[in-house]
Design a protein around this ligand. Structure first.
Ligand code: ADP
Ligand code: MG
Length: 231
């Protein structure tokens, strides 16, 4: 599925203009890294792109149709990894967290279990299934949060700082996983200030500064000058 932001702006209730006239196309099988300094609007962009926040002007289009008007029907097509994984957890155990969304879609509990097992293995969190989410470390939380999205197999992945707290080994696993997702034709948008990670995965780079797109293009736009000026 193709997700498009067309001239999108967003202003928080306290009048902070977090996005100004942002346009971008996120295509199938492509990874876009949204970069920029803290406070530049990366998180807001993901929240608007998923219509968790409605833009004050402009349009968010999913395969050409207004995303906000397609909700909640297409919610399951879009997986959002929040910057703070704690914002996503509300079940007593990791297992329930992974099964929760899936149970809304699949009534056969044996099938739910088999998918939860597969995904938790893929993310290396099988040993945590009986734990309470509140007892997890930062990197465990992030992996469980990502797993909780992958269980329902969304077409679009919007990931906010997915490498935060991850060890080098975990980062490499994530990289491999995202490359597989790309091959499967997923549309992937990653907000990150992890320059090395972006270099190793991005097809498209969008650099934000004060809510505006200041640089857009392939990896070649991540020049030393851009790095020093904005990242
Ligand atoms: N809930 C909020 N209420 C008011 N202002 C906010 C809120 N969330 C973020 N902002 C402001 O919006 C701007 C963009 O923030 P954000 O999208 O979180 O940037 P980034 O993810 O790049 O750090 C910042 O100036 C930030 O202070
Ligand atoms: Mg952020």
């Amino acid at each position: 599925m193709v997700l498009e932001l067309r001239d999108v702006s967003y202003v928080y209730p306290n009048n902070v203009v977090a996005l100004s006239n942002v346009s971008a196309v996120f295509s199938e099988g492509e990874v876009t890294c949204v970069m920029g300094p803290g406070g530049s609007g990366k998180t807001t962009l993901l929240l608007v792109a998923s219509c968790i926040l409605s833009p004050v002007s402009g349009e968010v289009l999913l395969d050409g149709a207004s995303l906000c008007s397609l909700l909640p029907g297409v919610r399951r097509r879009i997986g959002v990894l929040f910057q703070d994984p704690d914002d996503m957890f509300f079940n007593p155990t990791v297992y329930d967290e992974l099964a929760y969304a899936l149970r809304q879609l699949v009534s056969d509990e044996a099938k739910v279990k088999s998918i939860v097992m597969d995904v938790s293995k893929m993310l290396g969190v099988s040993h945590l299934l009986k734990r309470s989410t509140f007892t997890l470390s930062g990197s465990e939380r992030r992996k469980v949060a990502l797993a909780s999205i992958l269980t329902y197999n969304p077409d679009i992945l919007l990931l906010d700082e997915p490498t935060g707290d991850l060890s080098i080994k975990d980062r490499l696993s994530l990289l491999k996983l995202l490359k597989n997702m790309k091959v499967l034709g997923k549309t992937i948008v990653i907000a990150t200030h992890d320059y090395a990670f972006a270099r190793s995965i991005a097809d498209q780079v969008l650099v934000l500064n004060s809510g505006r797109v200041v640089v857009k293009g392939g990896l070649e736009v991540l020049t030393r000058e851009v790095f020093l000026k904005y990242l």
